[in-house]
Design a binder for this molecule. Structure first.
Ligand code: SF4
Length: 423
C-alpha cells in the first residue's frame, strides 16, 4: 500500500517510497492491509485543512509529507472506523466539522480505508434509498395528513437537506421512524452533532428549536406506523437534545402510541441520564432502549459528556430497568481508536454490558475532530495510546459477551426478547 494525501486544492496524490500511516489515539502506526477494506459505496473523501499528512519512512519512522494534507474517509452506515488519519496539526488550525474521519491509503490503484463492516441490516442499505422526487411526494402527503404538526416541517429539513435516513423513512412510512422530542439536553458532549456549545465547529444536524406536544408526537408516530413495512418509532435523534428531559409529554405520547399500535416497537435513543423517567416510559409502553456511551471510565465519561446532574450509575440503571421489564437493551458504543480498544476500556465496557444486560452492541464511529478530542482527554490526564485495535476489540467483546449481538442498527422487538444471563 502507498500513502494517499491531498494537495491544498483537494486533488489527491499517491506518494511513492513511503509507507501509509494511521493513528490510534496519539500513536502513529503502520496501516496494514488486514486493517483495510476497499472504499465502500457511499463513503465520502475529505482532506483535512490545517494539518500535515504523516506517513512512515522505509524504517517505519513517522515522516511528515510537507505540503500535503491528510486524506480521510467518512464511512457510510454499516461500517466502523478502525484507525484515524495520521496528522500533524499546524498552528492556527480550525476545529474540524463533526465527522468520523478514517485513515485512507492506496493499493493497486484502489482506495482503501481503515474500517470494518459492522452490520448489513437490509433496512439501511444505500440501494434502498428513495429518489428526491419520492421524498417530495411523501412530504406533501404528510403535510396534508398532519396539518399544523410542526414535526413534519422539521423532518422535511432533516430528510431533504441533511439526508437523514430515519427522517426519510418517517415520511415514506417505512422501517424505523423518527420522533424528535426535545430541544434541551442535560449534557454537553464534545461530539454532539446537534449543538456545539462553544461554536468552534458547525453542528451538522442543527438542534430542533421547539418542544413538540404529546399530540404532535403521537400523531406523527401513528402516521408512520400505518405504513406498510413500518415497525419502530424512535425518540432521540441526531437533530435534538435528550428526549428523557421531556417528562410528561413523552410519557403521554408513548401511552397514546401504545394504545393505537399494540404491536409496534416504541424505542428511545438516550444518554441514559434519567432511569426513573425511563421507568415511567416503560410503564406507558416503551419496550426498547439504546443507551449511548463513549466509555465506562468515570473520568472519561465526565470529560466527554460534561453531564449535568447525572452519572454512570444512572446510565447503568437505565439498562437495568429496561432489562427488568423484558424490553430490548442496546448499547450505542461511540468508538474512537486508542480509547475503545484499550484493554481497561474493553474490560469496563464488558462489565457494563453484563450489568445492563445488553442484547446488542452497536459499533459507531465517534464524529469529532480527532486531534481536538485527544488533546482534551490528554489534558485531563488520559493517555490515549495504542489499543489492541478496533477489530480485535470487537472480537474480544464477542468472546466476553456470549449471546450478545453486535451490529450497527436497532432491530424491531420480537417478543419475548432473548436475553443473556445476568452478571
Ligand atoms: S447527550 Fe446527545 S443531545 Fe445531549 S449533548 Fe450529548 S450528543 Fe448532544
Amino acid at each position: 500500500m502507498r500513502p494517499c494525501v491531498a494537495r491544498p486544492d483537494g486533488s489527491l496524490e499517491v506518494l511513492g517510497g513511503l509507507r501509509p500511516a494511521g493513528q490510534s489515539g496519539s500513536v502513529i502506526q503502520s496501516l496494514d492491509a488486514a486493517e483495510m477494506v476497499p472504499l465502500p459505496d457511499g463513503a465520502a473523501l475529505m482532506h483535512l485543512p490545517g494539518r500535515t499528512a504523516l506517513t512512515l519512512d522505509s524504517r517505519g519512522r513517522p515522516f511528515a509529507a510537507e505540503g500535503f494534507l491528510p486524506v480521510a474517509a467518512v464511512l457510510p452506515v454499516g461500517y466502523v472506523r478502525t484507525l484515524l488519519p495520521a496528522a500533524r496539526e499546524e498552528t492556527g488550525r480550525q476545529r474540524l466539522p463533526l465527522f468520523g474521519y478514517a485513515a485512507v491509503a492506496e493499493r493497486r490503484g484502489r482506495l482503501m480505508v481503515a474500517a470494518a463492516a459492522s452490520d448489513d441490516f437490509a433496512w439501511w442499505r444505500p440501494s434502498l434509498r428513495a429518489p428526491r422526487g419520492d421524498l417530495e411526494s411523501a412530504l406533501a402527503a404528510a403535510r396534508q395528513a398532519l396539518p399544523g404538526n410542526r414535526l413534519v416541517d422539521h423532518l422535511a429539513v432533516c430528510a431533504l437537506q441533511n439526508r437523514c435516513y430515519t427522517a426519510q423513512n418517517t415520511l415514506l412510512r417505512q422501517y424505523e421512524g423518527a420522533l424528535p422530542a426535545s430541544p434541551a439536553c442535560n449534557a454537553d458532549c464534545l461530539g454532539c452533532i446537534s449543538l456545539q456549545s462553544d461554536g468552534e465547529a458547525p453542528a451538522p444536524q442543527p438542534r430542533m428549536r421547539f418542544a413538540p406536544t404529546a399530540e404532535e408526537l403521537a400523531g406523527l408516530a401513528s402516521y408512520h406506523l400505518a405504513g406498510e413495512g413500518a415497525a419502530i418509532v424512535s425518540f432521540g435523534q441526531g437533530c435534538e437534545g435528550e428526549p428523557l428531559t421531556r417528562d410528561d409529554a413523552l410519557v403521554n405520547a408513548t401511552a397514546e402510541i401504545r394504545r393505537r399500535h399494540p404491536a409496534a416497537t416504541i424505542h428511545i435513543n438516550t444518554n441514559g441520564s434519567k432511569p426513573r423517567m425511563l421507568e415511567r416510559l416503560i410503564e406507558a409502553g416503551c419496550d426498547s432502549v439504546r443507551i449511548s456511551a463513549i466509555s465506562f471510565t468515570d473520568s472519561v465519561f465526565r470529560a466527554y459528556y460534561r453531564p449535568a446532574g447525572y452519572g454512570l450509575d444512572d446510565v447503568i440503571a437505565c439498562g437495568r430497568v429496561m432489562a427488568a421489564s423484558g424490553g430490548q437493551v442496546c448499547l450505542n458504543l461511540l468508538t474512537f481508536p486508542g480509547l475503545t480498544d484499550a484493554p481497561k476500556e474493553i474490560e469496563r465496557t464488558a462489565a457494563a454490558c453484563r450489568d445492563m444486560r445488553v442484547q446488542q452492541v452497536q459499533w459507531r464511529s465517534l464524529n469529532v475532530d480527532p486531534g481536538w478530542l485527544i488533546a482534551v482527554l490528554e489534558r485531563g490526564g488520559h493517555d490515549l495510546g495504542r489499543g489492541i485495535g478496533v477489530r480485535a476489540a470487537m472480537e474480544e467483546l464477542r468472546r466476553r459477551l456470549p449471546g450478545v449481538e453486535h451490529g450497527n442498527f436497532t432491530r424491531p422487538v420480537t417478543k419475548p426478547v432473548a436475553r443473556p444471563a445476568q452478571a
